[in-house]
Design a protein around this ligand. Structure first.
Ligand code: GDG
Length: 475
């Protein structure tokens, strides 16, 4: 059980790496939520007597710190109002669309901002209470951008890192935010601010220079009090070996075969896997696929599109509208193009265990990842990790962070439906050698740059950023 002032490493994230579940006997319990972040951070957490501070979801108020699977977890409570204003409101109704190229219109409400400040304050206070003298605190993502500054004022002895999982927008968009200066100053409380891409780091440094007026040089910001803040890119990745092992297991191989049989053994299976989010480009991608059938390039006997859309943020209006739009489009396409037992699109609005995801990746000939904007997109990397026979094809949006590394994918502009159609068709028709050549190169990249390397790189840079100051975390 964590006690005050003893943790040498504190992870602060909006969510805890566990979900609340009801156990067989009806009592409440916990289950690890699948995700790369916990895989990456778990070993560092264990090696450093660390704790993880986060919200378990829901509005339960009486939550105590607990150990789960050897990890020390500190749950933060959230009131129904805070869920509405901080989480659904400012985090997902203001920042999420603003940081994703305003694909949807961000809303600016002062009461949402007030809730954001309040929740950030509480998270920072909790981290300040738990951290030992000179400890490292690693704060994650857009929901907690004020934590570094608040924490710095409470505990100047700490080494503070911040990592943003989503894109950091260009100045022209960020400027819209009525609280732009507060957010920039919030982030400047960190010693190291990490981004997915160089572009994000550059946007940040430029904004700090223009809006806050601090001196900057390349990736460094010089604060008036003598402190420097470094902004750099650390492209996130996956547990590539773990995914490959899972994919190689007999159960997954069998399940992949069963999936193909259940689909009627079409010649080619296309696959999309996304949270049901308007940034992911699901609608345009399904249209492109359906037009290929209409244009006569292939038939429902030749090809089927499996789209998994994991339920997400269902209380936010824009997400409900999107769900209705996709429901209607899929109904439309299947009504027009399907035959008995042969829908053109197998649409699954549901979430699945990791093993089932791996089986879907194994069953798919062509993985289609076409977000309008995406920090990284781990699905693309997961697909590549499971293709241990160097087969399969990846169609990937230029606007996903992953496109920087996975250059051998069929890269597309997700706004260009005709361009997407051509790429889907090329991937569909490509011969084995061409697919093999591309996949081999992508697999090398993903296996080399896995999530453990990402965490090590960030923590090493953070240690260097403060030099002799504070304790060093063991990777
Ligand atoms: C944010 C950024 C960045 C999805 N459905 C199920 C399931 N998943 C898993 C996938 C993948 C993860 O969720 C989704 O990650 P993505 O990277 O694709 O997208 P976001 O959720 O938007 O993530 C993104 C990421 O943070 C990390 O920094 O890459 O750009 O937007 O791992 O496999 N997993 C299971 N069942 C599902 O139904 N088990």
């Amino acid at each position: 059980m964590p006690s005050a002032g003893t943790a040498d490493l504190v992870i602060v994230a909006n969510r805890l790496p566990v979900d609340r579940v009801t156990l067989a006997d009806g009592s409440p319990g916990w289950r690890t939520s699948p995700g790369g972040l916990v895989t990456a951070i778990e070993p560092v957490l264990r090696a450093n007597d660390g704790v993880w501070v986060g919200w378990p979801g829901g509005t339960e108020q009486d939550l105590q710190p607990f150990e789960f699977d050897g990890l020390s977890l500190v749950p933060m409570t959230m009131s129904a109002e805070e869920v509405k204003d901080f989480y659904e409101g400012f985090s997902n109704g203001t920042l999420w669309p603003l940081y994703h190229d305003v694909v949807a219109k961000p809303e600016f409400h002062r009461e949402w901002w007030d809730a954001y400040v309040g929740v950030n304050q509480r998270f920072a206070e909790k981290a300040a209470e738990l951290a030992s003298e000179g400890a490292t605190v690693w704060v994650h993502d857009y929901q907690l951008q004020l934590v570094p500054q608040i924490l710095r004022s409470l505990r100047p002895d700490l080494r503070i890192g911040f990592y943003l999982h989503i894109p950091f927008p260009p100045a022209e968009l960020f400027q819209q935010l009525p609280w732009r200066r507060q957010i920039l100053e919030g982030l400047l409380g960190a010693d190291l601010v990490g981004f997915q891409m160089n572009g994000g780091a550059q946007n940040f440094v430029r904004l700090v220079r223009q809006r806050v007026g601090h001196k900057t040089h390349r990736d460094l910001v010089y604060l008036p009090d003598g402190r420097t803040v470094k902004a750099a890119a650390f492209p996130i990745s996956i547990d590539a070996k773990g995914f490959e092992e899972l994919a190689r297991s007999e159960r997954v191989e069998k399940r992949a075969e069963t999936i193909r049989d259940a689909l009627g053994s079409p010649r080619k299976v296309f696959l999309g896997v996304d949270r049901l989010d308007y940034t992911k480009g699901i609608y345009a991608r399904l249209r492109a696929f359906s037009e290929l059938i209409i244009d006569g390039h292939f038939d429902v006997e030749d090809a089927v599109f499996v789209q998994v859309a994991t339920p997400s943020r269902e209380q936010v209006e824009q997400y409900r509208i999107l769900r209705d739009e996709i429901d209607r489009l899929v109904g439309h396409i299947n009504g027009d193009l399907g035959r008995i037992g042969r829908p053109a699109i197998s649409y699954l609005h549901s979430s699945y265990p990791r093993e089932e995801m791996a089986a879907l990746y194994r069953a798919a000939d062509i993985m289609v990842v076409t977000p309008y904007r995406d920090g990284m997109n781990l699905v693309a990397k997961e697909y590549v990790a499971t293709r241990y026979e160097d087969d399969g094809a990846l169609v990937l949006s230029e606007f996903a962070g992953a496109a920087d590394e996975l250059r051998q994918a069929w890269l597309v502009n997700p706004y260009d439906i005709n361009g997407m159609k051509s790429a889907l068709l090329e991937a569909y028709a490509a011969d084995e050698r061409e697919r093999g050549r591309r996949m081999k190169a992508m697999r090398k990249t993903v296996l080399q740059h896995d999530v453990a390397a990402w965490a090590d790189a960030f923590l090493l840079e953070l240690a260097a950023a403060r030099g002799a100051h504070g304790k060093t975390v063991r990777p």
